[in-house]
Design a protein around this ligand. Structure first.
Ligand SMILES: Cc1cc2nc3c(=O)[nH]c(=O)nc-3n(C[C@H](O)[C@H](O)[C@H](O)COP(=O)(O)OP(=O)(O)OC[C@H]3O[C@@H](n4cnc5c(N)ncnc54)[C@H](O)[C@@H]3O)c2cc1C
Length: 340
């Protein structure tokens, strides 16, 4: 069980900046995200696309923004717990908050900062009965490391940018064979990606197969050896493989959060805009997940909310210190915390 001052639920831009703002208030934080990487929507939905409205940053990609936010929070070393969903929440008799994740990690926190965005991102799974038994072994929904692919017969399933980008990337990882599988003809990806895919197809490094996966075959030792593909016309066909990466996109799910007794409006958590406190004591909500009059679902609004929440939490938790607004430019306390 991990005891912490603050638990941040969600490692999107709001959650990462929350860790920085709490650090300035000398409040240490742990961050949990169901995705195996930090960055929320910026990393999952538009990592390589430009953002033009971050104050003082004329342009950066989603990936670059996430890297900068992590670098900015690094002096406070927030502990990241990735690949796990926060599933349960309760208040202990002493007022502290108890939470647990799908991976069995348990936290007791003095304050909770919900930065859950539009929900916990879950990969769209294959709808084939029994195939879930191979998850984490021959079946992956998030890209494994390149070493896991070398010498394997890899099938990447999906028709969008994620699938095309994964196939292109893994063509460099020396697979024994590489197949891109899509339910129908044609892929939805950037022109440059499509051109690279065509180049790799022409070079015989990626083969493209069309069909709807509807079944699988395992060998006597329980290893996944084939997908069964159905077609609009004609009989089913087998597709040999020993590694399957499904990249059919991510879909957000509000999940158990909705049952924690927090006041909600249209699937968002109602907060006091002065503090970002929810209807429960010591529980804050920042970023896309919260709602107050005039709320805008923009990254910079999440940054503002994280700042207000950190000041409010400091006033409630840091009883030994008078909390006043300080500038990083002139405060020796803040510069000391930042290691400057
Ligand atoms: C295509 C696109 C382009 C955009 N462009 C811009 C732009 O140019 N400028 C701009 O300001 N905004 C833009 N946005 C909006 C911006 O991305 C969001 O406002 C921002 O990501 C919200 O940040 P967040 O941290 O609140 O939530 P998110 O980024 O959604 O992160 C929330 C995280 O919480 C995790 N999570 C949720 N529930 C749980 C749980 N129970 N357990 C564990 N983890 C959980 C999720 O997996 C997710 O990683 C864009 C959005 C999209 C989709």
């Amino acid at each position: 069980m991990i005891e912490t001052d603050a638990l941040i639920l969600g490692a999107g831009p709001a959650g990462l900046f929350q860790a920085f703002q709490l650090g300035l208030q000398e409040i240490r934080a742990h961050i949990v995200d169901v995705l195996p990487y930090a960055g929320g929507q910026c990393a999952a939905l538009y990592a390589d696309k430009p953002i033009y409205d971050i104050p003082g940053v004329p342009v950066c990609t989603g990936r670059e923004l996430v890297a900068s936010l992590q670098q900015q929070a690094a002096p406070f070393a927030p502990t990241l717990h990735l690949g796990q969903e926060v599933t349960t929440f309760s208040t202990l008799p002493d007022g502290r908050l108890q939470l647990a994740t799908s991976a069995g990690t348990r936290f007791v926190a003095r304050a909770l900062f919900i930065a859950a965005g539009i929900g916990a991102f879950q990969p769209r799974r294959l709808r084939i009965a029994g195939i879930e038994a191979f998850e984490g072994g021959a079946l992956h929904y998030h890209a494994p490391g390149a070493a896991a692919v070398a010498g394997r017969h890899l099938v990447v399933a999906g028709g969008g940018e994620e699938a095309v980008a994964s196939a292109i990337a893994f063509a460099q990882a020396a697979p024994a064979s590489l197949t891109l599988l899509h339910r129908r003809d044609g892929f939805e990806a950037e022109p440059a990606q499509l051109a690279e895919l065509q180049r790799l197809r022409d070079a015989g490094r990626i083969q493209v197969v069309t069909g709807q996966p509807t079944g699988f075959v395992a060998d006597t030792e329980g290893r996944l050896t084939q997908l069964v593909l159905s077609h609009a016309e004609g009989p089913d066909t087998p597709l040999a493989l020993d590694l399957l990466l499904v990249r059919q996109g991510l879909s957000p799910r509000l999940g158990p959060l909705a049952d924690w007794g927090l006041a909600m409006e249209r699937k968002q958590l109602v907060v006091d805009p002065a503090s970002c406190l929810t209807s429960l004591p010591k529980v804050y909500a920042v970023g896309d997940i919260n709602h107050y009059p005039g709320k805008k679902k923009l990254i910079l609004c999440g940054f503002h909310e994280a700042t207000l929440a950190a000041y409010d939490a400091a006033e409630r938790l840091q009883t030994a210190r008078k909390v006043v607004v300080e500038y990083t430019t002139t405060s020796t306390r803040l510069q000391g915390l930042l290691g400057r």
